[in-house]
Design a protein around this ligand. Structure first.
Ligand code: GRF
Length: 220
């Protein structure tokens, strides 16, 4: 069974969707630990409810960013976490963690990468006036939201969308594609060639259970 280490800073609705997909049997995984940088994160409550170990690690208690992330790596390794999940973790992960978990860290971003990386992807897309936006699950490399893309889902964007209205539409899809990407990983169906992620589609059972979605706005 795949052991996950989850890092989250906020509400943790993606964390919750992973918990729910484990409990429903869709995902054959367990969550070894929730690590947060924010003592007020609602994700902590969610972990408590599901008896998941919680570690609150504040960057200011460490001498540097590399030291902070190498400590996180140590805590994850101590719990035999095989895959690291960034579920709304609002910090750029440093090399000291990435080197310990090469192509074993997944992030969810609320835009269709490579468009609108960085903070407030939903606002960037709404302000830009795109007609389609969405979300992206990708492996984490040293860049800002630049790692190989595993899954994406699209949603329509409307002229009167705000960060919140577009964000809510995107978030629903995040809750579907993150567990889907983790499932593919847990079944050994992901490989990386250059910057492309190859999905072994010979076994397409999970595609049927929880397919990635592409929504084209109705133009009629
Ligand atoms: C999501 O929009 C995710 O894409 C971004 O941070 C947000 C986290 O939301 N990285 P939640 O804490 O999972 O509800």
């Amino acid at each position: 069974m795949l052991s996950l280490g989850v890092l989250a800073s906020g509400s943790g609705s993606n964390f919750q969707s992973i918990i729910d997909n484990i409990e429903s049997g869709y995902l054959n995984a367990k969550i070894a630990v929730l690590i947060t940088d924010n003592p007020n994160a609602y994700a902590i409550e969610r972990a408590r409810k599901h008896n998941i170990e919680i570690l609150i690690l504040k960057p200011k208690d460490f001498p540097s960013r590399p030291a902070y992330f190498s400590h996180i790596a140590l805590e994850l390794e101590n719990r035999a976490s095989e895959l690291v999940i960034l579920a709304g973790f609002m910090r750029v992960v440093s090399k000291t963690l990435i080197e310990k978990y090469p192509n074993r860290i997944m992030n969810i971003h609320p835009a269709l990468l490579p468009s609108f990386p960085g903070l407030h992807g939903q606002k960037q897309a709404a302000d830009y006036g795109v007609k389609i936006s969405g979300c992206t699950v990708h492996f984490v490399d040293e860049g800002m939201d630049t790692g190989p893309i595993i899954a994406q889902a699209a949603v329509p964007a409307y002229h009167d969308d705000t960060e919140d209205s577009l964000g809510a539409r995107i978030l629903k899809q995040e809750h579907r594609i993150f567990p889907y990407a983790i499932k593919l990983y847990s079944e050994g169906r992901l490989s990386i060639e250059g910057r492309k992620v190859i999905i072994d589609a010979d076994r397409d059972d999970s595609l049927l259970v929880n397919p990635p979605l592409a929504v084209i706005p109705d133009i009629c």
